[in-house]
Write a protein that binds this ligand. Structure first.
Ligand code: ZN
Length: 452
């Protein structure tokens, strides 16, 4: 049991700078690139869409912020109007960035808004029925990788003195989506369920005090638009960024998604609703920016690990049963597991999940979790790390599938569906404890003050 729970720290590192916490001499480098697909590619996020996108309602961007503390220690945040970066796409990006800039893997955090109105991302064939589109998806993904690398390189050449400050707002359109019906949990509306409605904000000002960038978060799926939508856009997060870009023309507005795994925007279904939610979020960020923000000092300390999260061991009969039952949430994962067994291979026992903690002096802790993280991890990490000055992001570095809690796994529903990109299997309920313990360990190594 203990051996099973033990974390496999495949890779772990701490970057520390020796300067005093009161030192505020930050430098920041910014860059962005348009990543709107120019070729007719299929869209991501919903099964059953049978043709490529029809038009572009709003352009998509990848945006980069390079932070450097007084000792020269750097960290790079990349945000994107995309469904997510799986490891097979993210890791080559980070390797190429490393070759060009000397940055290490743990210094790079890739986040995605999880828009379901963006292009599919894959280096493998996405659909047997659409070979032309599948090829274009691979081509788009390769170009995207190159653009991310080039944009990071560009940002590193633009380092300028900056000050950082932090604040927090709230939105009310994030809705828990796990609706309990008489026989099962459906993707619906659960107004009494938990959702993280906080809007964390990082304001970056240049030497003259004017804002040059704002990084802000929210924690609900990029699914205001449904499967019937064939228009490219960044959903509410994209519209929030364009609202802020209009209001603050000189500032780069960047969106970072939180623990949105079991949350949908409410209401949802139309482009107008996506625009309304985007404006609501943008207006709230604008309001907080006008209030008094808390200044953030250095140094920047980053702790990163790739942690083996335990997967369930299921009997072959169970896997076969799930693989036959199209309505079962683990139908896809079971099919993948069966394919592994049929090749005579063994099923993996763990999935290596990147986790990261960025500590900004004594003033802010940014936790970067991977996967589609359900909201339960917010109160879990508040308890483990203390709730003050805590920013919890999901959908970072490797969007492999959902990261459910033990509660969600025991209740069932869509978020228990298992790994869908780059891995095979379904998380064991004990994965929850491994995540919490590892994040606490990373926070300790990054020198956050922790509760007992
Ligand atoms: Zn999702």
């Amino acid at each position: 049991m203990l051996a099973y729970l033990r974390t496999t720290a495949l890779f772990s590192l701490l970057i520390a700078s020796p300067l005093a916490a009161q030192d505020t001499a930050w430098k920041v480098g910014l860059a962005e690139a348009n990543i709107t697909p120019e070729m007719p590619v299929v869209m991501s996020g919903y099964g059953g869409r049978t043709k490529p996108f029809e038009k572009v309602a709003a352009e998509l961007f990848v945006k980069v912020m390079v932070l450097e503390d007084a000792s020269g220690q750097r960290g790079v945040i990349v945000t994107s109007d995309l469904l997510g970066f799986p490891a097979e796409v993210a890791e080559p990006i980070c390797e190429r960035i490393g070759k060009k800039t000397g940055l290490k893997r743990e210094q790079i955090l890739l986040n995605s808004s999880h828009t379901h109105a963006g292009p599919a991302i894959s280096l493998r064939s996405v659909s047997k029925d659409l070979p032309g589109e599948a090829q274009r998806t691979i081509e788009y993904t390769r170009q995207l990788q190159e653009k991310v690398v080039e944009t990071v390189v560009q940002a590193t050449t633009r380092m300028k003195p900056a000050t950082l400050s932090h604040g927090s707002g709230v939105i009310h359109f994030a809705m828990n989506r796990r609706e309990f019906t008489t026989d099962r949990i459906i993707l619906g509306v659960n107004p009494r369920g938990l959702a993280d409605r906080s809007v964390p904000i990082l304001r970056v000002a240049g030497a003259d005090g004017s804002m040059i960038a704002v990084l802000f978060g929210a924690a609900t799926h990029g699914t205001t638009l449904g499967a019937d939508n064939y228009q490219i856009c960044g959903d509410y997060a994209g519209f929030a960024q364009s609202y802020l870009r209009e209001k603050f023309a000189k500032a780069q507005a960047m969106f970072m998604l939180g623990c949105a795994g079991d949350s949908n925007p409410y209401p949802r279904g139309t482009m107008d609703m996506a625009k309304t939610h985007g404006k609501t979020l943008g207006v709230e960020v604008e309001r907080v920016l006008q209030a008094k923000l808390r200044r953030i000092a250095g140094p920047l300390k980053i702790a990163y690990s790739k942690t083996g999260l335990p997967l369930q061991t299921l009997p072959r009969e169970t896997i076969e049963r799930f693989a036959k039952d199209k309505r079962h949430p683990q139908n896809y994962a079971a099919g993948q597991m069966l394919a592994v067994l049929e090749k005579g291979s063994k099923l993996p026992t763990h999935y290596a999940c990147p986790l990261t903690v960025w500590q900004f002096g004594k003033d802010l802790t940014l936790v970067g979790l991977s996967g589609e993280v359900v909201v339960d991890y917010v109160p879990f990490l508040e308890k483990a790390l203390g709730s003050n000055h805590l920013w919890i992001a999901g959908y970072c570095n490797d969007v492999f599938g959902y990261l459910p809690s033990a509660r969600v796994l025991s209740e069932g529903g869509y978020e228990t569906r298992g790994l869908y990109s780059g891995g095979v299997g379904v998380f064991d309920p004990r994965a929850e404890r491994v995540v919490i313990e590892n994040v606490r360990d990373l926070a300790k190594r990054a020198e956050r003050m922790l509760p007992d």
